[in-house]
Design a binder for this molecule. Sequence first.
Ligand code: IMP
Ligand code: MG
Length: 333
Amino acid sequence: MTSTVVVGGFFGDEGKGKIISYLAIKDNPKVIVRGGAGPNAGHTIKDGDKVYKVRMLPSGFLNKDAKVMIGPGVVINPEVLQKEIDDFGVSGRAFIDKHCGVIEETHLARDSKGELKEKIGSTGSGTGPANADRAMRVLNLAKDFDSLSSIIVDVPAEVIYSKDKYENLLVEGTQGSFLSLWHGTYPFVTSKDVTASGICADIGLGPTKVDEVIVVFKSYVTRVGTGPLDKELSLEEAEKKGWSEFGTVTGRQRRAADFDFDLARRAIMLNGATQISITKLDVLFTDCAGKTSYNELSDDAKAFIKNIEDELNTPVTIIGTGPTVNDVIDRRS
Ligand code: IMP
Ligand code: MG
């Protein structure tokens, strides 16, 4: 049985949510746990004709047999979390750690104006100011709120118990490697390290307990907010290619560029990737839409995948071919 950490390889919005929901169902982990910064993350998940947009809950909640948890390193917005628990029917199996930081009005106010909003293009979710307050040791934690007591568990203990009982464990990252406070395009980054090591620290999973690290790349690169984006396309060019996307949290139009091998190589290094997932292959190669077996892919699409494996010296195991959870080619043995 395997512990798998899934992280983004570019600037977030690689399609991790969809890959994670697929793994949540396919590998049937009993515990799915989320690290990362906070409700600045947005994942869109399509199940049949249902569309879920999550910012707080782990994206693996579609597996109704799994407990979904948020690690102590994450800051939560209790209102956003409660709404998602209610809207998506996850009550009774969604948990947080007593050390999760709590976003309050002051953090939302500080994130909605000034440098963070204007210079960095922050999501305005209060995540950065809350993490700043945590560094100053003045942030309130989940244990300080009676209203949260019914959903508090010891997340690191639950995680390791689940792993040691030889159950599959799924660990979700948020954002992407180059939004990392340590390794990204500082200062145009988020307020935490969001590479695999940082995500594991967020949930209290020690490095020797990790079996697989899947780095998710989209078939092209997108970025919301400010900061460098090499070989950025004009909005018209992006639209022509069908790469024009809008952010889940902010609704802002995402900037776009071709798949970037230099960034990808560095992401493989920073995360210690054992596998690669490529998403939105159907956007590059429309004839691949909805395919579920590698053999069905066109020669051009196969060449694209093969080139990534050769350049990055890492196997491409999971390929997204459409928006719904089952539009996936799974090449893991
Ligand atoms: P903050 O994390 O809200 O402080 O925003 C800092 C930068 O990270 C901005 O450029 C945001 O657009 C970006 N960012 C934060 N979270 C995400 C995410 O989940 N996907 C994409 N970009 C993000
Ligand atoms: Mg997103």
